[in-house]
Design a protein around this ligand. Structure first.
Ligand SMILES: [Zn+2]
Length: 200
């Protein structure tokens, strides 16, 4: 072993991060050791501060440093339009299109029979409460176009439709079985614009 323990420990931690393999982790450690102590301290402080100060928005489940996130605080948004997504990264993908001006509800999951995640685990009562309290007129279901995303969408539609709210599902321009997160901006914009009413 020609590298010190600290090096190996740090490389192992970085290598455990998503998208970073052992080689990339080594490169990052070499890079960090080439920086000033102050710069590395600032990076470490930024990591800790982000973890400490970022939490979930009380209303939609997006990340925020405050009680409500930037989207929920934005007065120019269409407040009666609610888009339901599985994860914050899906919200981020939709925001990147710039084509959507309503609000969101992040499920932080999806119904997944194999992983034994059912409606109860998703706390869907919070979604129905939000629809009532927010006087929502349309809910756009933007769960992923795969098996779990589809059954989640169907369950939510059946839950909300008796409440008199319009329920739509994003169009299937996104290839079946893929993730919203990886759809290109044009495809995602089209999927939102060509959404259709859910029929149960
Ligand atoms: Zn929010």
């Amino acid at each position: 072993m020609y590298l010190p323990k600290r090096f190996i420990d740090l490389a192992a931690r970085l290598g455990g991060l998503p998208g970073i393999g052992p080689k990339a982790a080594d490169r990052l450690v070499f890079y960090l050791l080439d920086q000033s102590e102050e710069d590395v301290q600032e990076l470490a402080d930024a990591l800790v501060a982000a973890r400490k100060e970022i939490r979930f928005c009380r209303q939609c489940g997006n990340f925020t440093q405050d009680d409500l996130c930037e989207v929920c605080q934005d007065v120019s948004r269409e407040t009666q339009l609610l888009c339901v997504v599985e994860e914050i990264r899906d919200l981020a993908a939709i925001e990147r299109t710039g084509a959507y001006h309503g609000l969101y509800y992040v499920l932080h999951g999806r119904i997944d029979p194999i992983a034994r995640v059912g409606p109860a685990e998703l706390q869907l009562n919070l979604l129905t409460e939000r629809v009532v309290a927010g006087h929502i007129r349309e809910v756009i279901i933007a769960t992923n176009p795969n098996f779990n995303g589809d059954i989640t969408a169907m369950y939510i539609a059946k839950l909300l439709m008796p409440m008199g709210v319009r329920v739509t599902r994003i169009a299937t321009g996104i290839p079946k079985g893929s993730d919203l997160e990886f759809a290109d901006m044009f495809t995602l914009t089209q999927a939102l614009e060509k959404r259709t009413d859910v029929e149960t």
